[in-house]
Design a binder for this molecule. Sequence first.
Ligand code: G6P
Ligand code: MG
Length: 224
Amino acid sequence: MEFENIKGVIFDLDGVISNTSRLHSDAWHQVADKVGTEWTESLSNKLKGVSRMGSLELILQASSLESHYNDQQKQELAHDKNKDYLRRVENLTKNDILPGIESFLESLKQNHYGLALASSSKNSARVLEKIGLSHYFSEIVDPTKLSKGKPDPEIFATAAKLLRLAPEKCLGIEDAVMGIQSINAANIFSIGIGDKNILNEAGIVFENTELLTLSNIRSHFDKK
Ligand code: G6P
Ligand code: MG
């Protein structure tokens, strides 16, 4: 695969562009406390990239509580979590952009790459607005229009289509295992942000967003 063939970059949001993974996690922690599920690092990691209702199910399943709540009660728990999350989102500023992301986006724009957002979050437009990065993204996948969430390829495949690019001409960037699986299944080259032992299915892994630069990506391709 040639670096020169890459024409578009598709981003996850939470944990890649903004430090909002922590906000989701803090809000879910409250729900876990309410229903009596022990909050652990491993449970928190499992929720990354998972839809709102999917995340609630995982929290309930962790203490075999899924049949203790009816649909309406589940809706209420998810609604409360979202209210709590949105309250936290209102305090976001440019300082919540992860290190190096703004200059990476700027260099992509200067070099005429197509940019798309592929987040499972229904709140992504609000988050981008609060951190002042909306103008970089010509295409944002609407997760309410998808039939399957990550790790299904649908969300990344849709983003490539919106960019009018073949998947082979795109890069996908994710911090969650299921996100990497979604990118790979869409036949897009995957870049993981985080621990390389956890994100071992990714094409390249950078330990943090500061390392995410065009020259670091290019040098990975040149080595091959
Ligand atoms: C992202 C986050 C998840 C979150 C999901 C849905 O994938 O990584 O933690 O649960 O979006 O977000 P929403 O804002 O729609 O509840
Ligand atoms: Mg993420």
